[in-house]
Design a protein around this ligand. Structure first.
Ligand code: ADP
Ligand code: TRP
Length: 322
C-alpha cells in the first residue's frame, strides 16, 4: 500500500488555493493508501512570531481540514512538532545538503521579496521539508505546483544520503493536479497568504462576497467578447462548478454582453454553495474541543511509530547508533 503524505503551514487562514491545490487532492487520496497529513507548525515559525496566533491557526487548520473531508478513520492528522525525531533528521540531512541546492530555491527569494525576514531557518526550510517526507518512507506527496521544487530538493537530498551512507531512503513522487496547480487570487496572481489576495474558505459570507466582488478585472467593455481562460473569475468558477455550468459561463464570456460583476456574482454563489456542507461540519466539530485533540493525539502516535522505525535505520546508517 502506498504511503501518502502532505503538510500545510498554520501561518494564516486557509484559502481556496490551499483547498484546490492541496486539501481536495489530499482528501481524495486518503482512499487510495495510507494517508498522513500534518500541520507544519515548525515551518510556520519561519514567518510567524506570535505565539497566540500560531496556536490559533494550528487549531484552525485541524478544524478546516477535518471539515473539508479529512476522515480520521482513513487518514492520520498530526502536528509536526509532535514528532521529535523530525528536527534530528533535519540536522542529519543538512550535513549532506550542498549550499548550492538551497541557493537555487525560488521560495526563499520570493519570501524575502515579500518582506519575510531572511533567517537561517527560512533558508534551510527545504531541508526540514525533506525530513518531513523522508522520515515516513513516503511514496506520494500531494502539493500545489509552487512546492514542486521542494520535492526535487527532497529527492536530491535522499540520493545524496544513499550515495554517502548506502541505501537508506526511497524516493518520493510529487502528485500535482494540473487543473488546480496555480489557483489565481483576487489580483490574478497566485493566491497566497503572503500576497494579500486570498479568499478564505471559512470567512463570513459578507467577507467572501466582498473579496470576490473586488477581484481585479480589465476594462474590456460589457458588450465586448472576452477570453474566459485568461480570466481569474472563470478560472476559479471552473474549479467549483459542474462541467455544464463552466461551459455556460465560458460561452457567455465569448459572446460578450455580460459584465464582470455578473460573473463575480455567479462565482460567489458557486463558492458559497460548494462549502455549505463543510461549514456545517466545521460548526459541529468546533463544539467539541476534545475531538480535535483526540484526532491529533492518535495521528501523532501513529506517525511517531513510523518515524522511530525509519530513524533507527538512519541513525545506524550514519553511525550515531550501533
Ligand atoms: P500560501 O502560499 O498561502 O502560504 P502554503 O505555502 O501554506 O500557502 O501552501 C499550502 C499548500 O497549498 C501547498 O501544497 C501549496 O502548494 C498549496 N497552494 C497554496 N496556494 C496555492 C495556489 N494558489 N494554487 C494551488 N495550490 C496552492
Ligand atoms: N512547504 C509546504 C508549504 O509551504 C508545507 C510543507 C512542509 C509540506 N512540509 C511538507 C508539504 C512536506 C508536503 C510535504 O506549503
Amino acid at each position: 500500500m502506498k504511503r501518502i503524505l502532505s503538510g500545510i503551514q498554520p501561518s494564516g487562514a486557509l484559502h481556496l488555493g490551499n483547498y484546490l491545490g492541496m486539501m481536495r487532492p489530499a482528501v481524495e487520496l486518503q482512499h487510495q493508501g495510507e494517508a498522513l497529513y500534518f500541520i507544519a507548525d515548525l515551518h510556520a515559525l519561519t514567518s510567524l512570531h506570535d505565539a497566540d496566533a500560531l496556536r490559533r491557526y494550528s487549531r484552525d487548520v485541524a478544524l478546516d481540514f477535518l471539515a473539508c473531508g479529512l476522515d480520521p478513520a482513513k487518514a492520520f492528522l498530526f502536528r509536526q512538532s509532535d514528532i521529535p525525531k523530525v528536527p534530528l533528521l533535519t540536522w542529519i540531512l543538512s550535513t549532506v545538503t550542498p549550499m548550492g541546492l538551497l541557493e537555487r530555491c525560488h521560495s526563499y527569494k520570493d519570501k524575502i521579496a515579500h518582506g519575510i525576514a531572511p533567517s537561517h531557518a527560512l533558508f534551510s526550510y527545504p531541508v526540514l521539508m525533506a525530513a518531513d517526507i523522508l522520515i515516513y518512507d513516503s511514496d506520494i506527496v500531494p502539493v500545489g505546483k509552487d512546492q514542486k521544487q521542494h520535492l526535487e530538493v527532497t529527492r536530491d537530498i535522499a540520493v545524496k544520503v544513499n550515495e554517502t551512507f548506502g541505501p537508506t531512503f526511497k524516493l518520493p513522487e510529487p502528485s500535482i493536479r494540473e487543473d488546480a496547480a496555480l489557483v489565481p487570487g483576487t489580483d490574478g496572481a497566485k493566491m497566497s497568504k503572503s500576497y494579500h489576495n486570498t479568499i478564505e474558505i471559512f470567512a463570513e459570507e459578507k467577507t467572501i462576497k466582498k473579496k470576490i466582488m473586488g477581484m481585479v478585472t480589465d476594462s474590456t467593455p460589457v458588450e465586448a467578447p472576452k477570453d474566459p481562460e485568461s480570466n481569474a473569475i472563470y478560472q476559479l468558477y471552473k474549479l467549483f462548478a459542474s462541467a455544464d455550468e463552466a461551459a455556460a459561463m465560458a460561452e457567455k464570456f465569448r459572446a460578450g454582453g455580460t459584465g464582470y460583476g455578473d460573473f463575480k456574482k455567479q462565482l460567489f454563489a458557486a463558492v458559497w454553495e460548494y462549502f455549505a456542507p463543510m461549514r456545517a461540519k466545521r460548526a459541529e466539530i468546533a463544539t467539541d474541543p476534545g475531538y480535535v485533540d483526540d484526532v491529533l493525539r492518535r495521528g501523532a502516535a501513529h506517525a511517531n511509530a513510523l518515524a522511530d522505525k525509519v530513524m533507527a535505520r538512519v541513525e545506524s546508517a550514519v553511525g550515531l547508533r550501533p
